[in-house]
Write a protein that binds this ligand. Structure first.
Ligand SMILES: [Zn+2]
Length: 431
């Protein structure tokens, strides 16, 4: 709601893109704004549609002041209420069929019923079909229609059209600009906040609209901004992962169990991203570069080790919970830091690639594992460990048999399920 309430209505109110704002103001002031149609390109949330509406308002406004729409005349007000007879706004993704565009083009003369220029704003213009784009060529050329296109993919607009428009490439306003704007909205709405919290939100998402609607959602549900930020950014979960990694070397089993808790609540894909995020942040942190990890980075995280883990996890497309666990088990800090930083996106269908590492042992539920275990040998040990527990034998650990030929083979899914159950301390069903 705040995103709508505080949507800029003049160029001066828009956040960022200073040069483009100055150029547009000058064109409006000198009466050259309608010389050519316009194309606003830029990422989602960079203010394309907002700017398109302001320019359209300045074209139909009865009382342009300093290159800006007055915002109060009938024409400006009618734009606010979406009932302007001169300005049409259309989402090309939903309504950009050739028939719709043709009916607008055929029905439009150079002036609307109240004698103003007809302006057509096309949102998501890259979704216009080729034939719909063709329809716009002629009216654009003879200036019957003032077209303002907004798109994230300007390359998808036909060259014939693009060359007939002036293109303005918008970019995100700086974090400071977004942060200051959000704080000013909070002040106007008498919302209590800490600037640090607003900074954290903006670090996470620079899109002003998303940030403002998030804050509005928090306010209407009676959530204070700090709690909202913590929940939205999953600060507690990031903290758990950072803490788990800080004890990875000293207490591998606890580390795996902590990670497993977050895997259960947030899913393996989220956790794998968070670990990669942590690796990069640790690397930056150690060099005094600003990092964006969403919680405190504890001491004790071995940089080489976390980078190796991160690299191993990145090499698996859509990692499962067990992939993450196995990566943690098998990764040792013996890898080249530089190559680790190049987080390879190459999908690796299995985990054989990371087998090359020094042996490490760790213990889960009284059973010792080494870092070079095969699926079969892990399964074998789990099975044997369970059997021995049942027989109430005192000997806690099971010696690894070199020959695992007799071990019952599980398929990968069964193995994954079994190991996860073991890690979570659930009884192992053996199937
Ligand atoms: Zn006006």
């Amino acid at each position: 709601m705040y995103d709508i309430m505080y949507r800029p209505r003049t160029l001066s109110e828009c956040v960022g893109s200073e040069k483009i704002k100055q150029l547009l103001k000058k064109r409006i002031q000198t009466g050259h704004i309608c010389d050519r149609s316009l194309l606003f390109s830029g990422p989602k949330g960079s203010g394309k549609t907002t700017m398109a509406r302001i320019v359209a308002a300045s074209i139909v406004c009865d009382n342009v002041v300093d290159g800006e729409p007055c915002t109060v005349c009938d024409s400006c007000m009618s734009m606010n209420y979406d009932d302007s007879t001169s300005v049409y706004e259309m989402d090309a993704a939903a309504h950009g069929s050739v028939d719709t565009i043709r009916s607008i083009v055929d029905g439009s003369s150079s002036l609307s019923i109240d004698g103003k220029r007809v302006v057509l704003i096309l949102d998501e213009a890259h979704r216009l079909s080729k034939s719909a784009q063709d329809c716009l060529l002629k009216p654009m050329e003879d200036r019957r229609l003032m077209v303002i296109m907004c798109t994230t993919e300007p390359h998808a607009i036909r060259e014939a059209l693009r060359s007939r428009m002036d293109e303005y490439q918008l970019s995100y306003p700086s974090r400071t600009e977004v942060c200051d704007y959000v704080c000013s909205v909070c002040d106007k709405e008498s919302i209590q906040y800490k600037k640090e919290d607003i900074k954290s939100i903006v670090d996470n998402d620079q899109c002003l609209r998303t940030v403002l609607s998030g804050i509005h959602a928090a306010v209407v549900t009676g959530t204070d901004i700090s709690s909202y930020v913590n929940a939205m950014l999953n600060v507690a979960e990031y903290e758990t992962i950072a803490n788990a990694m800080s004890i990875y070397e000293s207490d591998n089993a606890s580390c795996i169990s902590m990670i497993d808790c977050v895997v259960t609540s947030h899913g393996p894909a989220w956790v794998s991203d968070a670990i990669r995020h942590l690796a990069i942040s640790v690397y930056k942190n150690n060099r005094g570069i600003r990092h964006s990890y969403k919680s405190r980075i504890p001491g004790g995280i071995d940089e080489t080790s976390i980078l190796s883990i991160s690299k191993a996890i990145s090499s698996i497309q859509n990692p499962s919970a067990i992939d993450i666990m196995v990566c943690l088990m098998k990764t040792t800090p013996q890898q080249d830091v530089k190559s680790s930083l190049k987080l390879s996106k190459t999908p690796v269908s299995d985990i054989k690639e990371i087998k090359e590492s020094a042996k490490k042992t760790f213990e889960v539920d009284g059973i010792k594992f080494t870092s070079d275990e095969t699926l079969t040998s892990i399964d074998h040990k789990i099975e044997k460990g369970n059997k021995m527990k049942d027989e109430k034998q005192e000997n806690k650990y099971v010696t690894i048999k070199k020959d695992t030929n007799n071990a019952r083979q599980l398929n990968e899914q069964q193995f994954r399920d079994s190991l996860l159950k073991r890690i979570r301390g659930q009884p192992w069903s053996g199937s």
